[in-house]
Design a protein around this ligand. Structure first.
Ligand SMILES: [Zn+2]
Ligand SMILES: [Zn+2]
Ligand SMILES: [Zn+2]
Length: 477
């Protein structure tokens, strides 16, 4: 199977949350108007709402007569507040809550149906898998056996306790869940900061390779050719990136098998079982290796050995005694979509000068990772400016949530559904144009004019950019 052929089985989709795109046309369709309404939907308790001036006017195509549909002059203060739409909890609690709720619905729909996805999707082989990073040096960890917390890193031999730097790298403590030492290296000099940062930086590529290898392993285990597999099967996934306490990314993914049909959401042939999928995931993840430029010799990156792949449905229950349930999985994934690095003292925006790193009030461990990313970004052997761009994210620049196109529905669909529900609430007998006729875009055109009217928003969020684009449009006119 060729790499491109295999990759085609999992079609990635544009990052969610990138928002609808405003057109530069004066005349918009009703569909665009709905898009706007989506933007203009309740700001809730948004922390940084964008203020807009503007109006919506309808034109009767037959008579040329105009009539106002909406004018911000009627709003309190004469402005409309648009929610910032930022998904970061640290930036806007209200908007991030809405985003989290949408993510939960999106994940759940792909597991148990709903939102236009048939319920039969819950009969498909479906696996919840965790892809960890390898060890970059001993760190304090909360180790569990069942419900018992084990000692962190016991070393009985006195001569094996010290590392080459003469530091004691043993720890007999049974760490509590919120112990601030968790994830901190026992010896900072033993911790390979460069490899850790480069792992974060290339984590997306490791995942991409995995999605390329997975169909090959599935085909081999099922005893079919790659061509036959592509004809019969589609692999859908949704994955979320989580920062471990040590500041290294790992992925949680729901991976589902569908038949390759036009309608989509059809169970695959019986030979592709959940057990087969678990095995293929394990093999594919273990096979992923990439060699990347570093400050010295190139280094090889791979996923960690602790890979967990478990069927979500009952068939695994007999074997493992543990079945996951859809709601728990959806909650688990949604938990991470609104979090960036969950470390106090780390900035949530890009670092622009080295001096900003010096004054960071985050733990020394994370500061060292930020510094490493910043320095690597300037190394000629690495020479990737994105390392600096993503230094505040410890080198990781990917989106917290990514999914294949047909996993379930898009964020846009879920937001749209919310808007439609609100419209129905407001107009139970169907919407009417200003002349009292049922709304029909062949009869009337809708013109909008918006201008940006307020500060206090966070720049560069998709929605704020949309508002700015609209202001540009208004100025251009
Ligand atoms: Zn907001
Ligand atoms: Zn410890
Ligand atoms: Zn050491």
């Amino acid at each position: 199977m060729t790499a491109s052929g295999a990759a085609a089985a999992i079609a990635p989709e544009p990052e969610p949350g990138s928002g609808p795109v405003a057109t530069a046309d004066d005349v918009i369709t009703f569909a665009d108007l709905k898009t706007w309404e989506r933007q203009l939907a309740s700001t809730g308790t948004c922390k940084h709402p964008v203020k807009l001036h503007g109006r919506v006017t309808a034109i009767d195509l037959a008579t040329g007569e105009t009539a106002p549909v909406y004018d911000t002059a009627a709003e309190p203060g004469g402005v409309l507040h648009v929610a910032c739409g930022n998904r970061r909890e640290s930036r806007c609690p209200a908007c991030s809550q809405a985003y989290k709720r949408d993510a939960r619905q999106l994940v759940r729909a792909g597991l148990t149906g709903g939102k236009g996805v048939p319920e039969s999707v819950s009969t498909h082989p479906c696996v919840f898998a965790t892809f960890t990073a390898p060890s970059f040096g001993p760190v304090h960890a909360r180790r569990m056996r069942g419900k018992t917390v084990l000692p962190c890193r016991p070393r009985r031999d006195a001569d094996k306790r010290a590392c080459e730097h003469g530091r004691d790298i043993s720890c007999p403590v049974r760490h509590g869940e919120h112990d601030p030492r968790l994830g901190r290296p026992m010896c900072p000099d033993c911790f390979d900061y460069e490899a850790a940062v480069l792992f974060n930086f290339h984590a997306g590529e490791l995942w991409r390779r995995f999605t390329t290898y997975l169909p090959r392993h599935l085909a081999r285990l099922a005893g079919v050719t790659g061509k036959q597999l592509r004809k019969e099967l589609r692999i859908r996934y949704v994955k979320v990136a989580e920062y471990q306490a040590r500041g290294v990314i790992h992925f949680h993914a729901v991976i589902r098998l569908d038949a390759h049909t036009k309608e989509g959401f059809t169970p695959p042939p019986a030979r592709y079982s959940a057990a087969l999928l678990c095995d293929a995931i394990t093999l594919a993840a273990k096979a992923v290796r990439i060699t990347v430029p570093a400050s010295g010799p190139k280094i090889r990156l791979s996923f960690g050995r602790e890979l967990d792949a478990r069927s979500i449905w009952r068939e695994s229950f007999a074997a493992t005694g543990r079945a996951l349930d859809a709601a728990a999985v959806a909650n688990y994934i949604a938990k991470y979509v609104t979090k960036a690095v969950d470390v106090p003292g780390l900035p949530d925006t890009r670092i622009r000068h080295a001096a900003e790193i010096e004054v960071l009030r985050c733990p020394a461990h994370h500061k060292r990772m930020v510094t490493m990313a910043w320095d690597l970004g300037a190394r000629t052997s690495v020479a990737d400016p994105r390392l600096r761009l993503w230094a505040h994210q410890l080198g990781f620049g990917g989106h917290p949530l990514t999914k294949s196109r047909r996993y379930s529905v898009t964020f846009g669909y879920i937001r749209g559904e919310r808007v439609t529900a609100r419209r129905l609430e407001r107009h139970p007998d169907g919407e009417r144009d200003p002349w009292g006729r049922p709304l029909d875009e062949r009869v009337v055109l809708v013109l909008t004019s918006w201008s940006y009217a307020g500060t206090g928003y966070t720049p560069r969020t998709p929605d704020a950019e949309l508002a700015l684009a609209s202001a540009d449009m208004a100025r251009a006119r």
